[in-house]
Write a protein that binds this ligand. Structure first.
Ligand SMILES: [Zn+2]
Length: 253
């Protein structure tokens, strides 16, 4: 049985701005003429359910654009369905030249800026910023504490991650929509940046002191105030330590 938090929930962020929140999240915004979708899930069989939710929440409008924060399989599954049923345009860094300062998608009631933000998870990550709604879709750049780089977490990786977080935090978002799990706010981004910095210091120092990985894992628990972060205690914190340990090893070679 999936736990309560893994049951899909429709979250209304603002009038015409919704997220179907589950393990994988999909968002949609009523832009006036049509609907703008952010990310397109992992499972094609969710097509009917998701389309019905959209029709209920924003009736009588078609999806004209789908933004993918990046093209990992768990963010693109419904692209084809939106293309086929609605004639939607698929926008991500594989399909579209997105300028560094972002692509502006303007509707009658709201605007979205789609901005490349590479160097933290993949080279093609983008974020979607809805200024009127103070809402930031960050894809997999924020994973409730997970170090989302695909490689070992060297100092360079952690510095790159910090500079991405500095940029994200500068938006001052009221609502932050991660690619997976519950929604949050700017405060969690700030806490996460500090957690990364602290954890990297702890693991690198322990490595330099000659400690072994299993001991480091036991010695560094999740900070008390982050115990309820989505899946952090289950596996993410330990995986972070492993990634940082590998990073520390690479500093030596
Ligand atoms: Zn991803």
């Amino acid at each position: 049985m999936p736990s309560q938090e893994e049951q899909p929930q429709l979250v209304k962020i603002a009038e015409g701005l919704y997220v179907r929140q589950e393990v994988d999240n999909i968002g949609w915004a009523d832009m006036g003429e049509g609907i703008l979708v952010v990310d397109a899930l992992e499972q094609v069989h969710l097509e009917d359910e998701v389309m019905a939710m959209m029709e209920d929440s924003v009736p009588g409008k078609k999806v004209d654009t789908v933004l993918n924060t990046h093209t990992h399989y768990d963010h693109v599954a419904l692209n084809k369905a939106f293309e086929k049923k609605h004639g939607a345009k698929i926008v991500n860094l594989q399909t579209t030249d997105v300028p560094e300062k972002g692509l502006v998608i303007a509707g009658a009631g709201r605007t979205c800026r789609f901005i490349p933000m590479p160097g933290c998870h993949t080279r093609e990550d983008c974020i979607a910023w809805f200024a009127e709604d103070r809402t930031l879709f960050v894809g997999d750049l924020f994973g409730w504490g997970l170090i989302t780089s695909m490689t070992s977490a060297t100092r360079d990786v952690m510095t790159g991650l910090e500079s991405v977080y500095n940029r994200l935090i500068d938006f001052g978002a009221e609502t932050v929509v991660p690619g997976h799990g519950p929604l949050c706010s700017n405060a969690e981004l700030v806490r996460c940046r500090a957690y990364y910095d602290w954890l990297a210091g702890e693991v690198y120092n322990a490595f330099d002191a000659g400690k072994k990985l299993p001991d480091i894992i036991t010695d560094i628990p999740v900070p008390d105030d982050m115990n309820d972060w989505w899946r952090l205690c289950d596996w993410k914190h330990e995986q972070n330590i492993r990634k940082l340990f590998k990073g520390a090893r690479r500093h030596r070679t």
